[in-house]
Write a protein that binds this ligand. Structure first.
Ligand SMILES: Nc1ncnc2c1ncn2[C@@H]1O[C@H](COP(=O)(O)OP(=O)(O)OP(=O)(O)O)[C@@H](O)[C@H]1O
Ligand code: SF4
Ligand SMILES: [Mg+2]
Length: 349
């Protein structure tokens, strides 16, 4: 976390009750609605200046849809996204363009997200075409070269093409493009998932350094809890369109109370042989249910080894569970489970 985050507790982004349902239709001539994919179904969180919120969860749980909603690439079915107190989720035209400058995205796949026919200089400078006020034409080349330097690439490479770079270098190009307009927020959707493990750490270290330097707030999406740990101040765990547990790094990694988070953590390999022997291994069985027809009550109940009748009837709210309401330590954090329980440390610190 940068110093800015510690000094400024006011959220820069407040997401409230975000819902995105994609209608399902049947028929060619006459299209009939036959339901909806509940990709995101009531997600709320805050993001403060300079902090990193990690979002994790299995494939299809709605992470990218949340990212696309924040970027205004999709409109929410219900809910609001407040940027500095103003709902930006239904803006259009010039007002939208002005806000977009401050929220930029870094994509998962550096191989497909960079146009192979554009030079690196054109790619990194592309945001200036959309926002010419950000850099006068005569300054652009210098600005692009500065951006390349900031992300650790040789500024002389400005005329090269993406195929002349490695995966890690390409992701640096994507990050440089994301920084061009000097944004306050970067939404990074699986920014290192397509990279080799050794390169992942370099890109994450770079993102941390840039966060300190520019006071950036990150929403960092990954499907793997071990990847987000290093960079995140807070983590939100998603399952079937909902956040099921959220808390600080310590709360989630050392005192997870939701069975789904515990299962994800217990699948993370640990180098410590003692912890590896002593920790409980939880193997998740079954597939994720269809988001077009989620289970009643707790959405995780069809895969949860602790499920009871109550779980099918009552949807557990995302709140501090009653059994931990009086606790003062890190076990006291929001977890959407009727039978929340602290299983202690499941991964190395
Ligand atoms: N445009 C769309 N139309 C219909 N369904 C969609 C659309 N976009 C996403 N979905 C569905 O919404 C659900 C959530 O998708 P999303 O891409 O947000 O998941 P994700 O968590 O990012 O997954 P992954 O880890 O695989 O990237 C999935 O079931 C997906 O098939
Ligand atoms: S509410 Fe029930 S089904 Fe859901 S996670 Fe908790 S114990 Fe499992
Ligand atoms: Mg995704």
């Amino acid at each position: 976390m940068s110093d800015v985050a510690q000094k400024s507790p006011e959220p820069i982004l407040e997401v409230r009750g975000l819902v995105k349902h994609f209608p399902l239709t049947r028929g060619i001539l006459i299209r009939r609605g036959i339901g909806a994919v509940q990709a995101v179904d009531g997600v709320s969180f805050d993001l403060r200046p300079g902090e990193t919120l990690g979002i994790v969860g299995e494939s299809g749980c709605g992470k990218s849809t949340v990212a696309r909603l924040l970027m205004n690439l999709e409109r929410p079915t219900v809910g609001s996204i407040l940027y500095k107190g103003e709902d930006i989720s239904r803006l259009s035209g010039r007002a939208l363009k002005a806000v977009r400058r401050n929220i930029q995205m870094v994509f998962q796949d550096p191989y497909t997200s960079l146009n192979p026919r554009m030079t690196v200089g054109d790619i990194v400078g592309e945001p200036f075409d959309i926002h010419p006020e950000a850099a006068p034409k005569k300054d652009r080349r210098r600005k692009v070269q500065e951006l390349l330097d900031v992300v650790g690439l040789n500024p002389e490479y400005v005329n090269r093409y993406p195929h002349q770079f490695s995966g890690g270098q390409r992701q640096r190009i994507g990050i440089a493009r994301g920084l061009a307009l000097n944004p306050e927020i970067i939404v990074a959707d699986e920014p290192v998932s397509a990279l080799d493990v050794s390169v992942q750490a370099q890109v994450i270290n770079l993102m941390e350094r840039l966060q300190q330097e520019f006071g950036l707030a990150y929403m960092f999406i990954a499907h793997d809890l071990s990847i987000v740990r290093h960079i995140s101040d807070r983590v939100a765990v998603m399952y079937l369109g909902r956040i099921v547990e959220t808390g600080t790094d310590q709360e989630i990694y050392e005192h997870a109370t939701h069975p789904y988070t515990q299962a994800l953590l217990s699948a993370v390999p640990v180098p410590d042989p003692e912890l590896s022997r002593s920790r409980e291994r939880i193997i998740l069985v079954g597939d994720v249910p269809s988001p077009a027809d989620p289970p009643s009550g707790c959405r995780f109940r069809t895969r949860c080894w602790k499920a009871q009748a109550l779980c099918a009837e009552v949807d557990p709210p995302l709140a501090v569970p009653a059994e931990f309401a009086a606790a003062t330590g890190p076990v006291r954090h929001a977890s959407a489970c009727h039978f929340a329980e602290d299983k202690g440390q499941l991964v190395s610190g």
